[in-house]
Design a protein around this ligand. Structure first.
Ligand SMILES: NC(=O)C1=CN([C@@H]2O[C@H](COP(=O)(O)OP(=O)(O)OC[C@H]3O[C@@H](n4cnc5c(N)ncnc54)[C@H](OP(=O)(O)O)[C@@H]3O)[C@@H](O)[C@H]2O)C=CC1
Ligand SMILES: O=C(CO)COP(=O)(O)O
Length: 329
């Protein structure tokens, strides 16, 4: 026994690999990246580079790789870094291998489409003997893995637990803040993707930076209303997982959600087969449904939902947003 903490990251895509790399580089914990493709994991071990997900970025020598779920039995903390809609499947597949008392951290930004529930809620149900935390906030995988300074937030059921996780995972370039608002932190991560699509539409249509700024501010108001209605904390929307991630994703071309919106705005056909994950395209309809049930108004989110579903064209959506009754901020 080394006596050091053992951390496993499940999901060998861009974000999982980046998280595993930055934690391993710090040297405080033994870190294993767990993927389901044996040949990919062997290539990562041999090459030290994930060409598909993080091209050109060297992964630390200290990082371990495995395709075998049995390795999870050594980990006190397990990060689930697969897409939102795969989190429940992953809980079913990997749950039996988790160590007693291990904490599972969902790192996806979305809402479970099958149940319209937060990922921490569906994971808590699937893994009733484990604490569930949620990691979110502004941070592109490539920036994190390159060692650029990044700050995100980790939310757990109690602040003490979140602080313990933040200390274990943070390092010189990757800093986590602690929160006990799992609802607010996760809704911020899910909704900012939808709002980034809206900002992409504005950019793709050439509607100008003033329109983008208006969408960011009014989008933040939507986020804040849904967080409050679902029992989250008002302050969370002003933090890293709300304002921070919304600004990043709505303005950076590194964002897949923004790029997807730009394609929509340019009138390019929607094509989900190109392999790019666009979480906001899934979250939009779920958020609209949730808001309707709670009598919360989310006009921008609803417009994105209708555009993606093909029931509203973009010029009409903009006209409708601009002709809503004049109200106070
Ligand atoms: N990329 C980024 O900059 C950031 C991403 N995120 C969030 O992280 C999540 C993942 O995104 P990202 O890493 O970019 O996506 P990628 O598409 O790069 O990778 C997703 C990975 O998940 C794996 N996977 C899918 N289903 C399962 C499963 N059931 N069990 C185990 N592994 C599975 C895939 O494996 P396979 O190839 O075998 O299908 C793939 O390696 C998203 O919710 C995203 O919003 C958050 C912050 C930053
Ligand atoms: O969540 C992210 C950065 O914080 C990544 O955004 P995209 O999924 O839009 O690429």
């Amino acid at each position: 026994m080394s006596g050091r903490e053992t951390i496993a990251v499940v999901g060998a895509g861009a974000f999982g690999t980046a998280l595993a790399a930055v934690i391993a580089l710090e040297g405080k914990a033994d870190v294993t990246l767990v993927g389901r493709d044996p040949s990919l994991m062997a290539d990562l071990r041999n090459d030290g580079v994930h060409d598909a997900a993080l091209p050109g970025i060297r992964l630390p020598d200290a990082l371990n790789y495995s395709h075998e779920p049995e390795v999870l039995s050594a980990a006190e903390t397990v990060l689930f870094a697969m897409p939102s809609q795969a989190q429940v499947d992953a809980a079913m597949a990997y749950g039996p291998y988790l160590k007693d008392g291990a904490t599972v951290v969902t790192c996806a930004k979305g809402i479970d489409r099958a149940t319209s529930r937060l990922l921490s809620d569906v994971l808590e149900e699937a893994l009733p003997h484990h604490s569930i935390a949620a990691l979110s906030g502004p941070g592109f995988a490539a920036d994190i893995a390159s060692g650029l300074p990044t700050a995100m937030v980790i939310a757990a059921a109690s602040l003490g637990e979140a602080e313990g996780l933040a200390k274990a995972i943070s390092g010189r370039t990757f800093r986590l803040y602690a929160s006990d608002d799992r609802i607010g932190v996760q809704l911020g991560g899910a909704l900012k993707n939808v709002l980034a699509i809206a900002c992409g539409v504005v950019e793709g249509m050439g509607l100008g930076d003033s329109a983008r700024a208006a969408l960011i501010a009014r989008g933040l108001a939507e986020m804040s209303r849904l967080i409050a209605a679902m029992g989250g904390k008002a302050d969370t929307v002003r933090g890293l997982s709300g304002l921070g991630d919304l600004v990043l994703t709505a303005t950076s071309h590194q964002s897949r959600n923004l790029r997807f919106g730009i394609s929509l705005g340019r009138g390019e056909p929607i094509d989900f087969s190109r392999g790019q994950l666009v979480e906001g395209a899934f979250a939009a309809a779920v958020a609209s449904r949730l808001a309707e049930g709670l009598a919360v108004s989310l006009p921008i989110t609803d417009a994105v939902t209708a555009i993606i579903e093909g029931s509203l064209d973009i010029p009409t959506a903009i006209e409708q947003l601009m002709s809503r009754p004049i109200t106070t901020e």
